[in-house]
Design a protein around this ligand. Structure first.
Ligand SMILES: [Zn+2]
Length: 106
């Protein structure tokens, strides 16, 4: 999915009208493209935020976007978890290397 297609599908995403296959592509693009994520955030703000602001309810935009992304595609959430684990592993490896260096030096 390219940026143009993404933009065209934002209203469908917000209205929950995307098919699973398109939804996956949509989320993937949002994950990899900061510009489109920003565009999506703005559109969600416009289409949903305003209604809530009128209600007088507290509205946390970043949370709203986060929630939508998560409910939209659980596999992305799993992917993120795996990535987190990968980063944690890397940190541990780095800490291990640092400890070895420290032992060698002192
Ligand atoms: Zn894009």
């Amino acid at each position: 999915m390219d940026c143009k297609e993404f933009e065209k599908r934002i209203p469908d995403f917000i209205g929950d009208r995307l098919e699973h296959r398109d939804l996956k592509k949509f989320i993937r693009h949002a994950e990899s493209c900061e510009e489109c994520r920003e565009e999506l955030t703005i559109q969600i703000l416009v289409m949903e935020g305003m209604a809530r602001l009128e209600d007088g309810a507290a509205f946390d935009l970043s949370k709203e976007v986060e929630m939508r992304m998560e409910t939209a595609n659980r596999s992305i959430a799993v992917y993120n978890t795996l990535k987190c684990i990968e980063i944690t592993m890397k940190v541990f490896t780095m800490a291990g290397l640092a400890a070895i260096v420290w032992l060698l030096l002192f």
